[in-house]
Design a protein around this ligand. Structure first.
Ligand SMILES: Cc1cc2nc3c(=O)[nH]c(=O)nc-3n(C[C@H](O)[C@H](O)[C@H](O)COP(=O)(O)O)c2cc1C
Length: 452
């Protein structure tokens, strides 16, 4: 195995996705144990964060798009919680004061923000949390968002990535504009700030301009580390240049290895060490003491779907396995000759898994319940099943860690109580935090201001 990918002396790093107050699965708000109005209840977020911290999860992660995006198959807010609701920094501001170790990574668009505001808010929050904040700098590809910020259509991908480059560069420059030792506050001498160490940035980009300085001293981790999400060539360039963490969504070990390799090579190209960039592969889990119990929860989610949504899922599964299912009894395994005919759809990387399960003799409804149409690979099963998935990927060198998307509020507790001890027993997950800041948790070097 290539050296950069070798994980033999490493342990898994974990991000827990903080998706609304409910969890990552559509309709999880309807589970009997879910608080149906959780998304506006900050106490719910605080409790979930404290649970994740008990499990020594390295960081919480809030994906965000400043616009309405439904989590339902049709994005139907009438029946389903929207995906991105309360504002990430504001949530973390409350969560930070009720936790002490866990990292807090918030997503902010590089297309729909201004550098001075963002630099100021993130560094303030980094102080509030004692150095636990990260910024997931995303370019945002959603047209609905564009119209929330004016009447202009969404800029094209390369423009958005040029803007991203300028945004991260100018924010980091602002962070570094207040020198490391500039904060004096000496009552005796009367010197408050050493003005020789406070230097305006006078940033003049094509898209963003800012003068600075930003009068906020370094935080316990200097400044927040950068995360990135978006696998295009430009995305990998941006990550290689700036990111300490990348939120990724590969579906197979081979794809993940290839992507991870490209990220590490991009870091090297930009004068950094391969270990300075950590890939977090998304995966979703429904965990219970038995597979049957976990499956029951997944069936319950399918039952909450409208007839239309359910039919669409069947249609989609048909396309994934190249077999028309609409007139079949989908509660029975396919006859052997059809199982033999099942072929993955080359345009959808999730199809391989769908075909594998069909050929194992699972009926199509059970295949759907295994989450094969989800945004990430899904594991439905026992704590050992979930740990096996993680260990296999990790030992193959496919990833530095995982972004776990728990199915529901209960899913966070189940992961922490049932899966974390198994990972620890196997020696592939830490017993305690390595330090106090997010940079400590990530094992990435100190950085202050723009990297030269
Ligand atoms: C795993 C993953 C997570 C993402 N999360 C977000 C997000 O939370 N908010 C957002 O606006 N865009 C998000 N994006 C979209 C990216 O920011 C980007 O706009 C999009 O993927 C197009 O860039 P690309 O061509 O590099 O993929 C995400 C993309 C990926 C792959």
């Amino acid at each position: 195995m290539n050296n950069y990918l070798d994980n033999s002396n490493k342990q898994i790093k974990l991000a827990m996705m903080f998706v609304t107050g409910y969890g990552g699965e559509s309709y999880s708000w309807r589970f009997s144990e879910s608080d149906p109005k959780a998304y506006t209840n900050i106490q719910t977020y605080i409790k979930l964060a404290q649970t994740a911290e008990k499990g020594k999860i390295h960081m919480l992660f809030i994906a965000d798009t400043p616009g309405i995006t439904g989590s339902g198959v049709n994005g139907d807010m009438g029946r389903n919680s929207p995906m991105f609701v309360m504002e990430p920094m504001t949530i973390f501001s409350a969560v930070a004061s009720h936790t002490s170790k866990i990292g807090l990574v918030a997503t902010y668009s590089t297309t729909y923000n201004l550098p001075y505001n963002l630099a100021r808010q993130l560094k303030t929050l980094d102080h509030i949390s004692n150095g636990r904040i990260g910024w997931n700098a995303v370019t945002t590809g959603t047209r609905a968002v564009a119209y929330n910020f004016g009447n202009e259509p969404l800029p094209d991908t390369s423009t958005r990535y040029e803007m991203a480059d300028e945004m991260v560069e100018s924010v980091q420059s602002l962070w570094g504009s207040f020198g490391k030792d500039a904060y004096i506050a000496d009552k005796q001498s009367g010197e408050f700030i050493n003005m020789e160490e406070v230097i305006p940035v006078n940033y003049q980009g094509n898209y963003y301009q800012t003068q600075g300085p930003l009068a906020i001293p370094p935080t316990p981790q200097g400044q927040p580390p950068i995360f990135q999400a978006g696998p295009s060539y430009e995305g990998i360039e941006l990550a290689g240049k700036f990111a300490s963490g990348v939120y990724a969504n590969p579906f197979t070990i081979d794809d993940a290895k290839h992507y991870r390799m490209m990220l590490k090579e991009s870091a090297i190209k930009h004068g950094r060490k391969p270990d300075e960039i950590n890939m977090f592969s998304g995966f979703m889990a429904t965990v219970a003491d038995t597979y049957e119990e976990a499956l029951e929860r997944r069936y319950e989610l399918l039952d909450y779907m409208s007839e239309n949504e359910y039919n669409e899922q069947i249609l989609y599964l048909s396309a994934m396995i190249s077999i028309k299912l609409s007139e079949m009894n989908i509660n029975e395994p396919l006859p052997q000759f059809l199982q033999d005919q099942a072929r993955p759809n080359p345009r959808d990387p999730r199809s391989n898994r769908a075909v594998e399960l069909i050929k194992k003799g699972l009926n199509p409804r059970e295949v759907l319940a295994n989450g094969i149409i989800n945004y990430h690979p899904v594991v439905v099963g026992t704590p050992d099943d979930v740990a096996d998935f993680m260990e296999t990927w990790f030992k193959a060198g496919a990833t530095d860690g995982f972004s776990i998307v728990p199915e529901s509020q209960k899913g966070i507790e189940d992961f922490v109580e049932k899966v974390v001890p198994v990972l620890q027993e196997r020696g592939i997950y830490h017993d305690d935090y390595e330090g106090d800041t997010l940079r400590d948790h990530l094992g990435v070097p100190e950085q202050y201001g723009i990297r030269k």
